[in-house]
Ligand binder design. Sequence first.
Ligand SMILES: *[C@@H]1O[C@H](CO)[C@@H](O)[C@H](O)[C@H]1NC(C)=O
Ligand SMILES: *[C@@H]1O[C@H](CO)[C@@H](O)[C@H](O)[C@H]1NC(C)=O
Length: 620
Amino acid sequence: MEMYLISVIFASILIIPFAIKTLSPYLWLDILYLGHMLHIVVKCVSRRRRPCFFVLDRFLEQTAAHPDKLFIVFENENYSFTYTDKRSNKTANALQSHPNYKAGDTVALFMGNEPAFIFTWLAMAKLGSPVALLNHNIRTKSLLHCFNCCKAKVLIAASELKEAVEDVLPSLIEQGVTVLLMTKHSDTPGIEGFSDKVDEASDRPLPRSLRSHITFKSPAVYIYTSGTTGLPKAAVVNQNRLLTALPVLSSNGVMSSDVIYLYLPLCHTAGFIIGFIGSFETGSTIVLKRKFSASQFWNDCRKYRVTVVQYIGEVMRYLCSTPKRENDKDHEVKLAIGNGVRAEVWREFLNRFGNIRIREFYASTEGNVGFFNYVGKIGAVGRVNFFHRMLFPYTLVKYDTERDEPVRDTNGLCVESPKGETGLFVSKITDIAPFVGYAENEEQTERKRLHNVLMKGDLYFNSGDLMRIDKDNFIYFQDRVGDTFRWKGENVATNEVSDILTISDCIKEANVYGVQVPGHEGRIGMAAVTVKESAQFDGSRIYNHVVSYLPSYARPHFIRIQNAVEVTGTFKQIKGKLVEESFDPERIQDPLYILDNEEKSYILLTAQVYTAIISGNLKL
Ligand SMILES: *[C@@H]1O[C@H](CO)[C@@H](O)[C@H](O)[C@H]1NC(C)=O
Ligand SMILES: *[C@@H]1O[C@H](CO)[C@@H](O)[C@H](O)[C@H]1NC(C)=O
């Protein structure tokens, strides 16, 4: 507290000259924010001690401070800090006694949201092993790809993912991977049951020496992101990154007495770093859910007396589109923290569910600069703050959406977008804002680096996000550029989808893009394809192919058949016109199909179906 006051006072003194100059209506909030920032910096610096302090140490501190406090509530199970600590010791000891494992080996975790995810992650942290957080929705080729890019020696999987593991088992065995399934027994050769080993293992402490090789730059977790091209990439999240994320919840006023509702996937940044790791700092209780359910959301909040929720834009929209109820405002939620909520949904949410503080932020898994809308300005993702920008330089540059690259002037430098205009968000790569990149993928890492932005020789991180800054310095997210789109809260890489389509028997070329649908966040997948000579488009075969290779959010919902795929002079596929024509049968002469999960096929898209989608009568 003392430190915090000093920070605020210090910040106020610094900001006075600017205050007099601008007399902004947000002045006090700006100062307060600065106080928070300095507080975080001071805290991070004070933790730079020997032996190194890592996020795991914060968990151990919390366990020592309130051993019997509830840490995880899941379905009908309750786990205290002490229980969690002991169970993770058991998991760690069980793995350590496995002949094929050496402390420090990378371990891949293939598991949905459940307490064992948390126990296992903590166990690996105690053993000094980096963990690859595999998305439990991925299968076959993608699963193998993700597993391989982090060079893991061990795969630990949830029992219900047995089949998915079996699909890729021959490859895993060939590579000598140890495959552990969270069941008591396994009849499949090559897969070992692991939960009985955990039950039987000792809960004795794991000595610190196991972690003595770890530095702030050591990888802590790998989080997969669908980038601009190809299969998912493993973003390397190092120990330092986790430490800097530690105070995110506490600096937004979350305290030990708070109860956090955690339903976002633990394999993604928002759920893992902000929700889970953030709770270490505050020592709050986590109510863990397998997945989001709009109908259970508020009942859960009431039942568990939840005070803090996380969100993504889609979730806010789903909550607002549930039928209105009398008890909509009857809950204890006071803070919602997340990103991607649209201004109209934000207003509707506050109207319906009462006075909840919404903290919209902008950050990406691999990006080096993020911000918070600490003022609560509806629709904005953040606010330009002089000192923040001085510490973490960023800017918006003009972007050519047709050519899919930043505009360059005659000197080869980028051109900054004026206020009020949309531009590409780029952030300078520095020592305090490093870009670690992707594991085993220098090519993709280099693609995110932008050289010669404002000066010859400078280096920026290319976020791939288009933003706008208004005259009051609020920052608004506009769209993603290039080869990704978002649907149901997941990023979809268009090239990954087109690679999958073109390995089917009848599709020759595929140009994949996202199209907007009224009443939905993001864009839904669509593909313009050409059919192989001597083949015919077979809706049900393509359906089966797509379903077996792609998670549901990445499957192209509409397919348009063309005689030729249009390309630019440099053989880049042209998407602009296709995106604009969308999936309107009135405007498109080409045969047009829609994915139909009941028919298990792609069927012709009629004008009636189109109207039903546009009017919101048909759910996608
Ligand atoms: C678990 O914790 C919740 C929330 O504090 C409490 O309401 C419930 O009674 C507990 N359940 C058990 C089985 O201890
Ligand atoms: C579990 O291990 C941690 C860290 O190695 C240690 O601090 C803790 O005391 C252990 N718990 C028990 C019950 O021995």
